[in-house]
Design a protein. Structure first.
Length: 367
């Protein structure tokens, strides 16, 4: 048997020069556009009953079938997904999946990619379950492992407020990510105040993508996506809609406006001129220029001058655009910031500028 202390003595750090000599890895890839970084440990957090399980199911369904998450955010090529639920059983899962598919008007094609445990007493601190889960992800190679909720899966004897006790559970989550070369996402409750996860500060230090859910009016939910290794998105609002006659359920976010597309393009490719930005977003140059001016007036972006690389001719400069780092607020249509008497963007089911109320949908048990 090898001596682990000897192995430890033989370890040696890598060279930064060798790291920088490797090929450029390019931009950070996303498993779900804008929402979840590929290969990340992701936390889906929010207060009880805010809808964490429904969002998790929508993500699982999308990854298995190739449908967009929240009817808006594209996913990678559909493939296997492992879903572990410890707050609902097989029958409840079947009903929820049928309702979500009906809401999308989608068939069951691709659902063979969705593999699950439902109330199977999975415990992340149990050695047998640890071996089984590592074997499954190594064999299945899922695009994502979705764990709901962490408070049940960690094991009753594990105190989530104790770094010593929750640390090994979090290490297993990382082992699952590495063994399956996959993304691992878990749901967790927030504390009494703020958006931090309940329990040890280790939980906040561990995530690489974090989706925070907050309840809004008229069954709207605000979703904030944060990333360690990619630009953060502006918070978006999605709506949960239930058809009381058929039971069909939709989780849907509004389509991006041209202004959102332009703002995102400037953030992702700063120091780009108007003509190039118009090609990037696929709209007319004059329309894009109008939105750029509105964003600049609101202080979201600004004009600057860029000098192209010297190609032997006279040096020239051109007008380009860059984001203003200290202000990432979303700008409503019209180019003005929300203020007293000036409502921001609205969704169906909310009160618009003229108070046009859409009938409220039936309340649902979201977790």
């Amino acid at each position: 048997m090898s001596d682990p202390r000897r192995a430890h003595r033989e370890r040696w750090p890598e060279s930064a020069a060798a790291l920088l000599a490797e090929a450029d890895p390019g931009p950070t890839p996303f498993l779900v556009e804008s929402l979840i970084v590929e290969g990340a440990i992701a936390a889906i957090v929010g207060a009880p009953k805010v809808g964490k399980t429904w969002l998790t199911l929508d993500i699982a369904l999308a990854l298995a079938t190739g449908l967009p998450v929240l009817e808006r955010f594209a996913v990678n090529t559909p493939g296997p997904v492992l879903l572990v639920l410890e707050e609902s059983g097989r029958i409840a899962l079947r009903r929820r999946l049928e309702d979500l598919l009906a809401g999308r008007g989608a068939s069951r094609e691709g659902m063979g990619n969705l593999h699950f445990f439902a109330n199977a007493r999975v415990r992340l601190n149990d050695p047998e379950w640890q071996r089984d889960l590592l074997r499954i992800v190594t064999t299945l190679k899922p695009s994502a492992v979705l764990l709901d909720p962490l408070v049940r899966l960690k094991g009753a004897e594990v105190d989530e407020s104790s770094q010593r006790e929750i640390g090994p559970v979090l290490d297993l989550i990382r082992d699952l990510r590495d063994a399956g070369e996959t993304t691992v996402a878990y749901t967790a409750h927030t504390g009494h105040t703020g958006t931090h996860q309940r329990g040890s500060s280790d939980l906040e230090a561990y995530w690489e993508t974090k989706l925070t859910l907050k309840e809004g009016k008229y069954q709207q939910i605000q979703l904030t996506a944060e990333h360690r290794e990619a630009p953060n998105e502006e918070p978006i609002t999605y709506q949960r809609i239930a058809d009381p006659k058929t039971g069909a359920i939709r989780l849907c976010a509004p389509s991006r406006t041209l202004r959102e597309k332009v703002q995102r393009a400037v953030r992702e490719t700063p120091f780009t001129d108007t003509r190039t930005l118009a090609k990037t977003v696929g709209h007319r140059k004059q329309d894009v220029e109008r939105e750029l001016n509105a964003l600049a007036t609101a202080g979201i972006i600004r004009r600057t001058r860029s000098r192209p690389p010297d190609q032997g001719g006279p040096a020239r400069t051109k007008t380009v655009w860059e984001p203003v780092a200290q202000d990432r607020s979303e700008v409503p249509q019209g180019g003005r910031e929300p203020g007293p008497g000036l409502p921001g963007p609205t969704l169906p089911g909310s009160n618009g500028p003229k108070g046009d109320r859409v009938p409220r949908q039936e309340a649902l048990p979201w977790d």
